[in-house]
Design a protein around this ligand. Sequence first.
Ligand code: MTE
Ligand code: MO
Length: 592
Amino acid sequence: MGESLNEPPPTDSDFGAGARMSLRSELDATQHSAVDEHWAGGVQPQYGVAPRIRIGQNKWFNLLWLIPIGLLLLIVGVAVAQGIRELPTVQAFMQRYPGESQLLPGAPVGFPAWVGWQHFLNMFFMIFIIRSGITILADHPRLYWTRHATPGKDWLRVQKPVPATPLYTAKQDSITLPDGVGLPGRRHSIGLARWWHLGIDTLWLANGLVFYVLLFTTGQWMRLVPLRWDIFPNAVSVAIQYLSLQWPTESGWNNYNSLQLLAYFITVFIAPPVALLTGMGMSPALSTRFRWVNRFFSIQVARSLHFLVLCWFLLFIVIHVTLVVTTGALRNLNHMYASQNTSSWTGFWIFAASMVVIILGWVAATPFTYRHPRAVQRVGFALVGPAQRLLEHVDSKPGEYTEKDISPYFWHNGNYPDSANYKQLQANGFVDYKLAVGGLVENPVELSLDKLRALPYHEQITQHFCIQGWSGVAKWGGVSMQTILDIVRPKPEAKWVVFYSFANGPEGGLYYDAHAIGQMSYHLTMLAYDMNGAPLSFGHGAPLRLRNEVELGFKMVKWIQAIEFVESFAGIGGGLGGYNNDHEFFGYRQSI
Ligand SMILES: Nc1nc2c(c(=O)[nH]1)N[C@H]1C(S)=C(S)[C@@H](COP(=O)(O)O)O[C@H]1N2
Ligand SMILES: [Mo]
């Protein structure tokens, strides 16, 4: 990219203090502090449909059918297992592989108290993680296997097919959950759900790390890791025993049966790392930086796998709880809650007390979130903010995606502009449009589209990551932000760059967003007036929009009317660095 300018910087007029103040006065300055009926512009609840999986091109299988089909398969499975159990070869096999796992010599017997604590904390954290995860899914209730989010190409949806309505937005596609299921349940509450999800994740991962360390320093790991090949035939044997309804004798105090060991191994050592990696696979900053990984492991593959990890955990929880209850509940509860191998009621009462804590947490979480959203935002940011800030320092280069990666469908999102001012500019093909750039700069300017087009052309093919979960690759053409910086020359005090839209946000007041000035000179930060080789359309932000590829989509203001360099965003709008932060409790940095 040549950054040299072949014409002197245009300076026909100033975006002076008065103009900036009048723009600021068009922002909504309310300090929103609760989630109520005005939420997200008074968006009406909209429930989804029963989950459906796509079969072939366009046939959809309703997953509710799995209930009768599963029951039928279970009955058939029981009959088959009972039948084959009578066969001499199967009997010989089961004699040879009775199902118990053989532990290494020196493996510990019984459970120390820390296992009980870790188990409780893990359960406690997972409730919030799972519920908020479901709310995040509900914000774009579709899953895909390619990096595109093409309607009709989803492999799973919990929503009707995408309507053909022009300018249908991803926000319109989001669905409501019952408040006791989602965390929170309200439609498009993803901002708050993410603080829960990512914040508690850090605690869950820390707990897991402590668990790993303790497992390996105490030898307890030997009870969980398949160390001998015969664990697999033994697991088959256990499966036949369960299915034929002649269950193996339990001796979990000493060691687990082989199937149990495999299930625990997956749950402790496979599922959590996969959850972490697939979670990070959805980060724009990471995906843009590690593009070779992202080629195979795109955000949508990551999101789909992340969902399948959830399915594993849910399946595990259901089977685990069922078996704990049906295979000597009191003894099992004593193992985990009282570190003793008896059939007394001690473990049960400790378990019951822990359930009271869990149920209280479960019931209180959503109402608490609606009443104290700023507290949820603050705590969440304290927990995950450091990781988000770290990832913002990746200055990726363009070039990984090519024309053939461009998405056939690019979702629309957000609130469209409808001011008279904008409509008039639009009606005249934006010939009267002027981008005002001012604030803490040496050389404030107003740039017409012609002047913008006369500046060095910058083009990039990049992937857009909407916070809701959809993605799309497009080719953006326009002006590098570096070029704008070279023209206006920010003063040293300038720390933030505020982009003002012509459009209001859903609750009124202009849409705006503040970006750290450091990111403005990144290779992939630009003002786009072209998309996929054509002038930017109305829906995608005509005449000008921002691209900053280390952040989530909501920060990329469309229909830009002005750019202001400031020292702090505290006095702008609600003071939190962006419309979504002020109104929907998003964060001002969202690289994950
Ligand atoms: N002015 C304005 N800009 C906006 C929004 C908005 O509501 N108003 N929505 C944001 C969100 S949430 C996303 S994901 C992208 C969507 O851009 P697209 O419609 O081109 O896909 O625009 C962002 N820019
Ligand atoms: Mo978005």
